[in-house]
Each structure stands twice: as C-alpha cells, then as structure tokens.
Design a protein around this ligand. Structure first.
Ligand SMILES: Cc1ncc(COP(=O)(O)O)c(C=O)c1O
Length: 373
C-alpha cells in the first residue's frame, strides 16, 4: 500500500489544460507581474469569503506581516496568539518589532483559548491572531465584539482553513482581516508560493496594497516604505481554477474524516479529532493523538507499509530555539506541550480512498493492539 500525504499533483491534473492555456495567454500579453489574472482571482476570492476586498500577496507569512504592519503594529506593541501554531504566525509578529504574547490551546480542539487571551490583554495589546488550526475555526463570534470594544484587532490566520464556514460565515470574514496561505498542500493551493488577505476595511485594504508593492499602488509613487510581495499571475490563474472545486474538495475531506471515525472509532488507544459537531471543519489535516511510545510505533509501522505521516508541529513555539528569547519555560502551556508529544497527522487529501483508510486503521489497531469493545 502506498498512500500519498499530499494531493497537489492530482489536483494539478484537474486544472492542467485550462491552466496551461492561461499561462500561454499571460505570456502573449506580456504582463508577468499583476495584471488581469490577479485582479480576477482577488475579486473571486473576496466574493467567495464574503469580504469586500481580496488582496493577493507572495505567501501566507507575508499576508500576516503586511496585515500587522498595515494596522500600525510595531515596537512597543503586543500581539497575542497561541503556542501551538506553525511558526510563521509568530515570526510575523516578531518581524513587526512587536512582542508575541503566547497563550495555551483548548485541550480537545487544540484551538486558542480565548479566555486566556482575555486574561493576557494589556494596554499594549494591539491585535490577537486566532489560528483556525488544522481546518477548524475558532468560534470568534462573541470574542470579536469583545475585542472591538477594546480597539483590539482580531486577525484570523486562515492559512489552514480556506472554505471553512461557521454559522454561515467563512474563515477570513469574521475579524479585521483574514490571512491565507496558498502553499501547494493547502486546501486551496497554488503551484508554488502564494498568499492573500481578505478584509472589509477599505483603508486597511489600501494600506496592504501599498505595502505589497514598494509602498504604492501606482508605479514610482511611493507613499510608505513597502515590500515586494505580490501574488504571481500564473499562480492567481491556478488558484481561480481551483477555487471552483474548493467546496467539493472540502466535502471530500469531511467524508474521509468520517471514514477514519468509522474505522478507528472503536480503538481506545487513539484519540480522534474533536470536530465539535459543527460544520466548520475542512480537515486541512487529520490529527489524531496517541500517547506514550505508541505514536512512534504507529508512525514507524505505517512508514514501513508505505503510509507517510507527519507531526504538526513537534515543538510548541515557546520551546523552539527561535523564540527562546520570549523566556517561557517548559510547563507554561501544558495543553500545547502535551499535544506536541501525542499528535500524529494521518494522510488527508482528496485522493485518499476508503480502502486506504481501512488499511491505515488496520495497521494502527494492529500496532496498538487494543480495540475497544
Ligand atoms: C497556520 C499557518 N500560518 C501561516 C502559514 C504561512 O504560510 P506560508 O507558508 O504561505 O508563508 C502557514 C503555512 O503553512 C500556516 O500553516
């Protein structure tokens, strides 16, 4: 058995002909930066998310950096986020000169604990980055109002949650801004790096558009010191073609998650993701928990049989060397630390078949040896 961890090559086959035709058109037009494919994708994505503006940028990390900078976040400010995220969330805060303030996650959903966020707010808090981790949305409804009363911006790190919907609202439409990564393996992935910001705030949209393009929307008119972080037109063309499939692909991912539940539901030695019973989860990753030395045994056995897995992520941010200067210690965020020791991402992409899920479940239960009654 060989089970792919990523479905991006398969996805490419679905858009290949149309995308190659777009690349030809771009080459004929001779506009290799910006141009109609970028504007067209930006409009389509903003409409899909339910935001007024969509702004293409170079990658998801830049989406966060440019959003923070456009909001005026800088030295002397604090930005609160969760200890168990991909490092880019915290790198973005760091590169603005602001101080990242970490909080723990909920032990069941792995999502940021918003009560802890409230407790860590100071007069220096400018923003909170809520990470919709693994494809499941943080329930921001009442928190967003709480934060707005205090002039604190809520930024949704939606890198892993393109297409997720909670009570009719898409990830990226709830806060001041939504930041997306279109890295190839994401639920909406480009054929290289890409990123985007969604917002309904007109001023913020203008500032981000300036910052991504050397500080000005018009060539050689530099309003502020900016960056070079634009979404490439050949990536925008691929993204718009894939956007048409996104809801169908989210349904396939949910169906694969249901298959894992069916085949692994009786295994008492493994904890399956808590989907909270809501419709929001788009299962960017399917992350189970196995404690003790079970995780390593399962991982090795799966690998031996051609099934690749991953640990996302092996260290919470406060225990990485990169952020040792935050002076946090082991034990500060017990839920995030415990999760890092137990989590295992099983194959989750649109190519995964029922017999593969059954096979993976068989290997896992065989290895752990404890199937419940
Ligand atoms: C939660 C989260 N935030 C930010 C990023 C950064 O995106 P990119 O790799 O496109 O810079 C990622 C990408 O993996 C991510 O998973």
């Amino acid at each position: 058995m060989k089970v792919l961890f990523s479905g991006s090559s398969y996805e490419y086959e679905l858009i290949k002909e149309q995308w190659l035709a777009s690349v030809e058109q771009i080459a004929k037009r001779g506009v290799f930066v910006g141009g109609p494919p970028v504007a067209s994708f930006e409009n389509a994505y903003a409409a899909y998310i339910g935001s007024k503006h969509g702004i293409g940028v170079g990658n998801g990390t830049d989406a966060l950096i440019l959003t923070l900078k456009a909001l005026g976040v800088g030295p002397g400010d604090e930005v609160i986020t969760v200890a168990n995220t991909f490092i880019a969330t915290v790198e973005a805060i760091h590169h603005t000169g602001a101080v990242p303030v970490l909080v723990d996650c909920d032990p069941d959903t792995f999502l940021i604990d918003l009560e802890q966020v409230k407790a860590r707010v100071t007069e220096r808090t400018k923003a909170v980055i809520a990470v919709h981790l693994y494809g499941q949305m943080v329930d921001l409804e009442s928190f967003a109002a709480w934060a707005e009363e205090r002039n604190i911006h809520v930024i949704e790190d939606s890198a892993q949650a393109a297409g997720a919907v909670l009570r009719g609202k898409k990830a990226g439409s709830l806060g001041t801004a939504g930041c997306f990564s279109f890295y190839p393996d994401k639920n909406l992935g480009a054929l290289g790096d890409g990123g985007g910001v969604t917002t309904s705030n007109d001023d913020l949209a203008v500032r981000i558009k300036q910052l991504r393009n050397h500080g000005g929307e018009i060539k050689y008119q530099h309003e502020v010191p900016g960056f070079n972080s634009r979404l490439d037109p050949i990536q925008a063309a691929a993204l718009e073609l894939k956007l048409a499939y996104l809801d169908e692909w989210s349904a396939i991912r949910r169906n694969i998650a249901a298959m894992y539940e069916h085949y692994l539901g009786d295994c008492t030695s493994i904890r399956l993701p808590s989907s909270r019973g809501d419709e929001s989860h788009v299962f960017h990753l399917y992350v189970v928990r196995i404690d003790g030395d079970g995780r390593e045994r399962v991982r090795k056995q799966l690998q031996k049989q051609g099934v690749l897995t991953a640990i996302q992520y092996p260290e919470p941010i406060h225990l990485t060397k990169a952020f040792s200067h935050l002076n946090c210690a082991q034990g500060d965020f017990p839920n995030a630390e415990q999760a890092a020791g137990e989590i295992l991402s099983l194959p989750m992409n649109i190519t995964v078949k029922e017999e593969e899920v059954a096979g993976i479940a068989g290997i896992i239960t065989g290895c752990l040896g404890t199937i419940g009654v």
